[in-house]
Write a protein that binds this ligand. Structure first.
Ligand code: ATP
Ligand code: MG
Length: 512
């Protein structure tokens, strides 16, 4: 019997001639946690989809040995029955169904005679919510009532409810706060003790370092190396990933900052499901010309709602008074916002950022198609020229601009969405979690681009849950907590502690 729980050998997967995986090996021992690292588009998610039979046996080459025997699964159900459970990078929940229904989907507890045992399912779902430190979640309510971080944890609860011998986590923490992440990392540690193995994919190398025993790095569909975590530090992982050394993760550049250019006054957003609750409560902000304003705070603090109100797309009742270049402007829809010179790169790319089945190129030019119209006809070659320029500028990795954007790796989709929102030549650009799911190399490119843009006089609002990023890039930092403004700092030696203390400030005072 082999010492390995999983032994993948020589996996090759191509998508109509493009080799996403070119002969990859991956081995996992029982109870071992393997960190799978690599740049956007390296093939990490594809490898895990091969393993879990999202791509059935026969649609790829190579062999998978599971507990010593060859696995030739045709369906996800078969791999799940074998004990391989995957949490996908993009959420797979059905928003209209309840939390409990989502957790038990395809896995329902039934009474004799086939009747659903809702009582048992609710009880188990509630236990899982407690385990994940979310006792306030009402498991009978539809999932869409909960924000990104909670949804991610619900997805994790769904996986925990299955009997996993190997748990695959594809960027599980991308929408989690620090404390939510800590809960998840602890759960992984507990599972390891029980002998459950993990493969964890993450661009956050400190998390990989915290729980993984082994690191496996892939680049362009080939295996670069596998090493014990104890022998590596994050710099070495980065060098293995990108094939070169990146010394300074935050390439801060000097740039002149002008007068106040944009102002949003008295932004208030009322909760969609609870009229008594304000998601954003009378927040005002000022943005100077050429400034990068970071907005920090815990997930759920109201930052995304704030951005939506400015962009004219908050789904509920709201108010916002906007001033641009000294004049009051009226924005009632994203179209108005774009016309006035305000663009938003949204947090939830899958829901608001892309049209999944359309081409990469069509997605990029979507907001500015009229630019290419002559007498009502689109000048296709001018459009294609623009698309190619955008793709090159952001180094979007795609075999062709006509490929459906859905086929791109997560990080490359994000780069395409940023490209799309630069085309209308905004004066104010709002980036909501711009580097989520983006690899270190591409993060660096996005930061460089941000500095290039502010040097040209653009003003940027960057919402980010990554404190090192907020502190590494912003000129000024606003802290939002429970819908209110809790801090406004010039970023001159600002520390993580100062920002966190401000974010938690209100509740600390309450506790006192
Ligand atoms: N369904 C598909 N059709 C066509 N090409 C695809 C498809 N899925 C993935 N690819 C291509 O395969 C390559 C690997 O993609 P994959 O999603 O595995 O990358 P990844 O390492 O998970 O990246 P990320 O960190 O951005 O999530 C990419 O070039 C991608 O465009
Ligand atoms: Mg991926």
């Amino acid at each position: 019997m082999s010492e390995y729980l999983l032994d993948m050998r020589g996996i090759v997967k191509d998508f109509s001639g493009v080799k996403a995986l070119n002969g990859i090996d991956l081995k996992v021992k029982p109870g071992e946690c393997v960190g799978l690292c690599g740049e956007n588009g390296a093939g990490k998610s594809t490898l895990m989809k091969v393993l879990s039979a999202v791509y059935p046996h026969g649609t790829w080459e190579g062999q998978i040995f599971w507990e010593g025997t060859e696995l030739k699964a045709q369906t996800i159900r078969e791999t799940e029955e074998a004990g391989i459970v995957i949490i996908h990078q993009e959420l797979m929940l059905v928003p209209q169904l309840s939390v409990a229904e989502n957790i038990f989907m395809g896995n329902e507890i039934k009474l004799p005679g086939g009747i659903m045992n809702y009582g048992a399912m609710y009880q188990r779902a509630e236990e899982l919510m407690k385990e994940l430190k979310m006792p306030d979640v009402n498991v009978a309510k539809p999932v869409h009532n909960y924000g990104g971080g909670h949804q991610q944890l619900i997805e994790i609860a769904k996986a925990l409810n299955k009997k996993a011998k190997l748990l695959i986590l594809d960027e599980p923490t991308s929408s989690l706060t620090k404390s939510e992440t800590e809960i998840l990392l602890n759960i992984i540690r507990e599972l390891k003790k029980k002998g459950v193995a993990c493969v964890m994919i993450s661009h956050k190398l400190d998390e990989i370092a915290a729980v993984c025993d082994t690191i496996s790095v892939i680049r362009d569909g080939t295996h670069v190396g596998t090493r014990p975590m104890a022998e590596m530090d994050t710099n070495e992982i980065i060098t293995m990933m990108v094939g070169r050394e990146i010394k300074n993760l935050f390439p801060r550049e000097e740039h002149p900052i002008g007068e106040v250019f944009f102002e949003a006054k008295n932004i208030t957003c009322v909760d969609v499901t609870n009229a008594a609750r304000k998601r954003v409560d009378n927040v005002s902000l000022k943005l100077r010309k050429g400034e990068i304003l970071g907005i920090s705070g815990l997930v759920g603090a109201g930052r995304t709602e704030l951005a939506m109100a400015i962009f004219g797309c908050y789904p509920g009742e709201y108010q916002a008074e906007l001033w641009l270049d000294g004049k009051q402007i009226s924005v009632n829809s994203p179209r108005d916002a774009v016309t006035q010179g305000i663009c938003l790169v949204p947090e939830d790319r899958k829901r608001h950022g892309i049209v999944p089945l359309q081409g990469v190129g069509a997605n990029i030019t979507m907001a500015v198609l009229n630019k290419f119209a002559k007498f009502g006809v689109i000048d296709a070659s001018a459009e294609m020229h623009q698309i190619q320029q955008s793709i090159a500028r952001m180094r979007v990795k795609t075999a062709s601009p006509t490929l459906p954007i859905k086929g791109l790796s997560g990080g490359n989709q994000q780069k395409a969405v940023v490209s799309k929102m630069l085309l209308p030549n905004p004066k104010v650009l709002i980036l909501d979690e711009p580097t989520r799911g983006v690899d270190v190399g591409a993060k660096y490119e996005i930061y460089k681009l941000m500095f290039e843009l502010v040097k040209q006089g653009l003003s940027i609002i960057m919402i980010s849950s990554e404190l090192p990023e907020v502190l590494g890039i912003s000129d000024r930092v606003l802290v939002i907590g429970e819908g209110q403004l809790r801090g406004d700092f010039v970023n001159d030696g600002l520390t993580q502690e100062q920002v966190m203390t401000a974010a938690l400030g209100h509740s600390l005072q309450n506790a006192a």
